[in-house]
Design a binder for this molecule. Structure first.
Ligand code: DGL
Length: 204
């Protein structure tokens, strides 16, 4: 491992490519190794212990490739396994929840934030805990949207079925109460077009 070694990035599938895209544009001189663990996708429906085991295998795989650090480009793996991976890893490990929370706190004027995430990430309460840890007074509500992940993996980014599923998940809430929605799963930004149709344009 040397300063010229690549940065490892992993997710359960395609979603982490949304993070990789930002990393490549922020760090144009770095090389990256990306692992999409599609063989074991989805992570979001699995128990914390299973997600942690999968995340440990991804870390091992990337470390064996000689990476100098690892970015967990998966909220579900970050929610369940970040401290364990940080403790076990020979290289630095970063997650995606804290940066997302910081951005949401900055963007929210109304102090009501809606987090969309997988079942596992919602159950872990990682987002409400991270808002608390940041000393924020933001009121956080969460909705689990598990069907979004297979829709993304299917490539149905802008499809009537995806819009119908988004309506089903989101229309139970008074969306006008929120000024910020956090895409608490790295797959969800790929559904921006159908999600905008349901969320409206007043929400960041
Ligand atoms: N992309 C992952 C996340 O950010 C989860 C997708 C899955 O359920 O595998 O949470």
């Amino acid at each position: 491992m040397s300063p010229g070694s690549p940065i490892g990035v992993f997710d359960s599938g395609l979603g982490g490519l949304t993070v990789l895209k930002e990393l490549v544009s922020a760090l144009p001189n770095e090389n990256f190794v990306y692992l999409g663990d599609v063989a074991r996708l989805p992570y979001g429906t699995k128990s914390p212990g299973v997600v942690t085991r999968y995340a440990e295998r991804c870390l091992e795989f990337l470390v064996a490739k000689g990476v100098k650090m690892v970015v967990i480009a998966c909220n579900t793996a970050t929610a369940n396994a970040l401290p364990k991976l940080q403790a076990e890893s020979p290289v630095d490990v970063l997650g995606v929840i804290e940066p997302g929370v910081r951005a949401a706190i900055q963007a929210s004027r109304g102090k009501r934030v809606l987090v969309l995430a997988t079942n596992s990430a919602v159950r872990s309460e990682a987002y409400p805990k991270a808002f608390n840890a940041a000393g924020s007074e933001v009121i956080v509500e969460q909705i689990a949207c598990p069907l979004f992940v297979p829709l993304v993996e299917e490539g149905w980014f802008d499809h009537p079925v995806t819009v119908a599923v988004a309506k089903q998940y989101l229309e139970s809430r008074d969306l006008s109460a929120f000024d910020v929605v956090v895409m608490g799963c790295t797959h969800y930004p790929l559904l921006e077009i159908p999600l905008r149709q349901v969320l409206g344009s007043q929400i960041s």
